[in-house]
Design a protein around this ligand. Structure first.
Ligand SMILES: [Zn+2]
Length: 295
């Protein structure tokens, strides 16, 4: 995988029309000076090494060959979530550039490499790490908000990922000494939150956690606009899956922006905990099962 400009500079043709590799993929190349047959693992490795050389030129390669090239997305993992972009991200972080990824497909080579692999990362590990290093939100509004549970400070955020509008609510006034801050992340559900639907437990959970945070005088309620506030009208999908990586990362950045260094996290989502940790926020083992408390 290489930057589009680099692939253009090497004059590598687009994938054949009608090929399943059309789109982000380009044609295939071999090293012109290769002393091996281009299909062998050493030959492909030599081709990849040369592709990574900043001094390589178009004449160093012949087309078609046995190494297929993909274009890197301009915004990397923030634009396209797949193993290509994740590998490109890792190359960049390691200070290697341009990024070249050799996707090992033949089973014999793969078996040999697996024995040598020292680090194993999932795509999600890399995505969360990437999101933790990005500015995902912008503050757009802030106000003192008198409510039936006391005065709150409300902060409105706009997501840079999808233009979603998120809200953070924290108790006004000084935080009581020793109070453990609870971070509660709630996904907007119009039927439950606004209209009192009993089909899902969103409204009851929201009320219970608002009361709990207000009573403790510490913590934050993060209200996430996921663009799917009607999802619980589907009677077959009343239970939400875990937060997405993006939702977890946005909530974690909001918590960081609100100045939290340590929180009890709710829901007890491993993805949210990983996102908080990636933002440098210590996660205290939670009390919780919010569902159990509210049921
Ligand atoms: Zn709901």
């Amino acid at each position: 995988m290489l930057e589009r400009e680099r692939i253009d500079a090497l004059e590598i043709a687009p994938a054949r029309a009608g090929s399943p590799r059309q789109g982000r993929f380009r044609g295939s190349v071999d090293l012109a000076a290769s002393v091996w047959e281009g299909a062998t693992p050493p030959a492909r490795a030599a081709t990849v090494r040369t592709l990574a050389e900043p001094s390589a030129v178009a004449a160093d390669f012949v087309q078609p060959g046995h190494v297929f090239l993909a274009e890197r997305a301009s915004r990397g993992l923030l634009e396209r979530r797949d193993t290509f972009e994740a590998a490109g991200e890792l190359c960049e972080r390691a200070g290697c550039g341009p990024a070249v990824v050799y996707d090992v497909t033949d089973l014999e080579t793969r078996a040999r490499l697996e024995g040598a692999a020292a680090v194993s990362l999932t795509l999600e590990d890399v995505v969360l790490e990437r999101l933790a290093g990005a500015a995902l939100i912008a503050r757009e509004a802030a106000a003192q908000l008198p409510t039936d549970l006391g005065d709150l400070v409300a902060t409105g955020y706009r997501s840079r990922l999808d233009a979603g509008q998120h809200l953070a609510l924290v108790p006004g006034g000084p935080r009581p000494a020793g109070a453990q801050a609870m971070l509660y992340v709630h996904r907007a559900c119009a039927p439950g939150d606004v209209f009192g639907s009993r089909a899902c437990d969103c409204g009851r959970r929201l009320t219970a956690m608002r009361e709990r945070i207000a009573a403790s005088g510490a913590g934050a309620l993060v209200y996430l606009d996921g663009g799917d506030a009607w999802r619980h009208l589907d009677p077959d999908a009343l239970r939400d899956a875990d937060l997405t990586c993006e939702q977890a990362a946005v909530a974690a950045q909001i918590a960081a922006d609100q100045g939290f260094a340590s929180v009890v996290s709710a829901p007890a989502s491993s993805r949210l905990q990983a996102a908080l940790a990636a933002r440098g926020i210590h996660v205290v083992n939670g009390p919780l099962a919010v569902h159990e408390e509210v049921a």
